[in-house]
Design a protein around this ligand. Structure first.
Ligand code: ZN
Length: 350
């Protein structure tokens, strides 16, 4: 009991609010720890690191993990986590907030959209990774083992990458294999974004194939959200501010702060059940007719692809009706790439 007694003296300021002395005893002093996870060198490429800030609150609670920079050219989320870190006060925090401020340092430094500059792999298809793989696989391995698998709730923040337009949305992971979808949907609303898309994880194959960080969270049993805002790798201050405000609301929605809850914005987002991509069979020059979120009907013209001599290769049309959520801004397009992602509208997501 000596250990507990010491805590009672040190933390008498807040212990009165905590009925569970056993829990209180396991609490650490409220603090912020900035550190780096080391990703050791591999056979074919160098070592790298992952900068984190871990905020240990003054009372026990959930471990919320927020990740930016899985794609190193998606700058708005990276800048947003720098701002968010400066606004978190560990003293008023309940639980633990882990900010992975830049998951993919080598892609950021190389200004490399989508891919790792060494192995040319997409980190967001490399989970859970391998300890002895290429750099993307080793980064995924360290993140999986040391961060994602320890989380109680995971939010991965992205943007439209270089050459992508995008309408801001939150992806919420549901389906038979997801944990606590109800809570995930509630927290998705707290972000106050205009669109919410449900991704249903009903088979192990969906969780495993080209596993993203969100799907790693599903595999680890943590409710999880994808946040997407901004386009073309821009770092527009409005997008950065919307991420910071949304994530502060998330901290409140999870009951991780004693601060008063901010009233909801009072609007209903558009709801969608999954998405359909529009892959094309040509390399060439892609000219979309519009680069913004909007409803389209099946058969609506989306744009044209020409070859490098200017000859028309294809008039691309919408394969289904729905909401044009994000797409390739062009002009480059490669065979097999999707030029647009169309979300399927639904009345609600309950
Ligand atoms: Zn991304």
């Amino acid at each position: 009991m000596g250990h507990l007694a010491l805590h009672l003296v040190l933390f008498s300021g807040w212990l009165h609010a905590d009925a569970n002395l056993v829990e209180a005893d396991s609490a650490k002093i409220a603090q912020r720890l900035d550190h780096k996870l080391v990703v050791p060198a591999g056979e074919s490429d160098p070592a790298t690191f992952i900068p984190l800030s871990v905020f240990q609150g003054s009372r026990p609670g959930p471990n919320l993990v927020i990740v930016a920079g899985v794609h190193g050219y998606e700058f708005a989320p990276i800048l947003a986590l720098q701002q968010l870190a400066a606004r978190i006060d560990p003293e008023s925090l309940i639980g633990k907030l882990t900010l992975v401020k830049l998951a993919h340092v080598s892609a950021f430094e190389a200004r490399s959209p989508y891919m790792n500059p060494y192995d040319r792999k997409n980190l967001n298809r490399a989970f859970p990774g391998k300890s002895d793989g290429t750099q993307s696989e080793r980064i995924a391995w360290v993140l999986s083992k040391q961060v994602i698998n320890e989380a109680d709730f995971v939010i991965d923040v992205h943007s439209g990458d270089g050459g992508e337009w995008l309408d801001a949305f939150v992806g919420v992971y549901g389906g038979e294999l997801a944990t606590d979808y109800t809570k995930a949907l509630e927290v998705a609303h707290a972000l106050n974004f205009p669109n919410i898309v449900r991704y249903s994880m009903d088979t192990q194959e969906q969780v495993d194939r080209g596993r993203s960080l969100n799907r790693q969270a599903v595999a680890a049993g943590a409710p999880t959200l994808l946040v997407e805002i901004g386009e073309n790798g821009e770092s527009n201050s409005e997008d950065v501010a919307a991420i910071v405000a949304g994530l502060q609301n998330v901290v409140m929605a999870l009951g991780m702060t004693s601060a008063a809850n901010v009233p909801a914005e009072g609007f209903t987002p558009r709801y969608f059940e999954g998405t359909v991509s529009v892959p094309v069979p040509h390399d060439g020059i892609w000219a979309p007719y519009e680069k913004r979120g909007r409803f389209v009907d099946k058969g609506d013209p989306l744009g044209v692809i020409t070859d490098y001599q200017g000859k028309l290769l294809e008039r691309v049309v919408a394969p289904i009706g729905g909401y044009a959520l994000y797409g390739l801004a062009g002009p480059p397009v490669r065979a097999g790439e999707s030029v647009m992602t169309i979300a399927r509208p639904v009345r609600d997501l309950k």
